[in-house]
Design a binder for this molecule. Structure first.
Ligand SMILES: Oc1ccc(-c2ccc(-c3cc(Nc4ccc(CNC5CC5)cc4)n[nH]3)cc2)c(O)c1
Length: 314
């Protein structure tokens, strides 16, 4: 057989030059890398040793199966997967910074125009997940990526879960407290995509003001902040809270209402995302049709802007 005329193509991590660590989690690390042959920037999630730890291997395979199904303009897309020296490597699109970076750089908030554009793209991304029966479960500023052109993509579906079959309880998980919906704080077994709508409501408020809406320092404190601002919990949740340590004073208490940020349709949309009864929160598809986005032709003109920036039909 003729010898290869060209050098054998680089395999796995040899193809990439490691530039920085951009994220760390319990199951691995996310690296900023540059592809040697074309200079493309990518993010590579490197799992811990998968052979020795069955749980990590199971988690990695579940994550890979799910990520292979999901492709959307407002989700960070996976480019390739490879294994090397008993580890899995997931190669993703790289975007310049996170929403957390933007919030830290703009203490007074992002301004309503930017907040509205980010919110619209977030809702598109999460609507795609929900239409594909996937709950993200950890929507927070660190998991929202922003390109230099203002394109917003959700990332790190490491916590994501497929919607449970009817009657099947979900496993416990600890998403970031400040963005956790009341049904998760009271450990309701049957939660759904509404937990992502709650988190997006929290992000919208934070983009408007620059401050986290509910920065609770414990689960009970988190519930207290929620009740103080958006009112009573759903009756079935109040019963659970009344049995928690320190919860008796909380259940059913309707403290002095702190006010939500925003005005008019923006406040209306925000309040809808933050209804304490999960079943009362609108789905992402309905929120995309909310008057906040439609009344002034925003959706039409912004979709045209997105098409241009994304370079394809939406
Ligand atoms: O299941 C999974 C696992 C991992 C990911 C994932 C995919 C891609 C990324 C990513 C990150 C990224 N860019 C980035 C840029 C900057 C930072 C940090 N900035 C602060 C200043 C230090 C963090 C991230 N581009 N792409 C991060 C996570 C994913 O989307 C799904």
């Amino acid at each position: 057989m003729a010898a290869r005329s060209s050098p054998s193509p680089s395999r796995g991590m040899d193809k990439y030059e490691q530039l920085a660590v951009v994220g760390e989690g319990s199951y691995g690390v996310v690296l900023k890398c540059r592809r040697r042959d074309n200079g493309q920037l990518v993010a590579i999630k490197k799992f811990l040793e998968t052979e020795d730890d069955a749980a990590v291997r199971k988690m990695a395979l579940r994550e890979i199966r799910m990520l292979k199904k999901l492709r959307h303009d407002h989700l960070v897309n996976m480019i390739e997967v490879f294994r090397r020296k008993r580890r899995f490597y997931l190669v993703f699109e790289y975007l310049d910074h996170t929403l957390l970076d933007e919030l830290e750089a703009s203490p007074g908030g992002l301004g309503e125009d930017t907040a509205k554009k980010h919110l619209y793209q977030l809702l598109k991304g999460i609507d795609y997940c929900h239409q594909n029966s996937i709950i993200h479960r950890d929507v927070k500023p660190e998991n929202v990526l922003v390109s230099n052109a203002g394109i917003v993509k959700l990332c790190d579906l490491g916590f994501a879960r497929a919607l449970a079959a009817p009657g099947e309880p979900y496993t416990e998980y600890v998403a970031t407290r400040w963005y956790r919906a009341p049904e998760l704080l009271v450990a309701e077994h049957r939660y759904g995509p509404e937990v992502d709508i709650w988190a997006i409501g929290c992000l919208f408020a934070e983009m408007l003001t620059g401050d986290p809406l509910f920065p609770g320092d414990s689960d009970i404190d988190q519930l207290a902040l929620i009740i103080k601002t958006v009112g009573k919990l759903a009756p079935r949740h109040q019963q659970v809270v009344s049995r928690l340590a320190g919860g008796a004073a909380l259940a059913g208490a309707e403290c002095r209402r702190a006010t939500l940020p925003g005005a008019g349709p923006a406040r209306d949309l925000l309040a809808a995302c933050l209804r304490t009864e999960p079943r009362a929160r609108p789905q992402a598809a309905a929120l995309l049709r909310h008057k906040y986005f439609t009344v002034d032709g925003f959706a039409e003109s912004f979709n045209a802007e997105l098409r241009k920036k994304l370079g394809k039909e939406i």
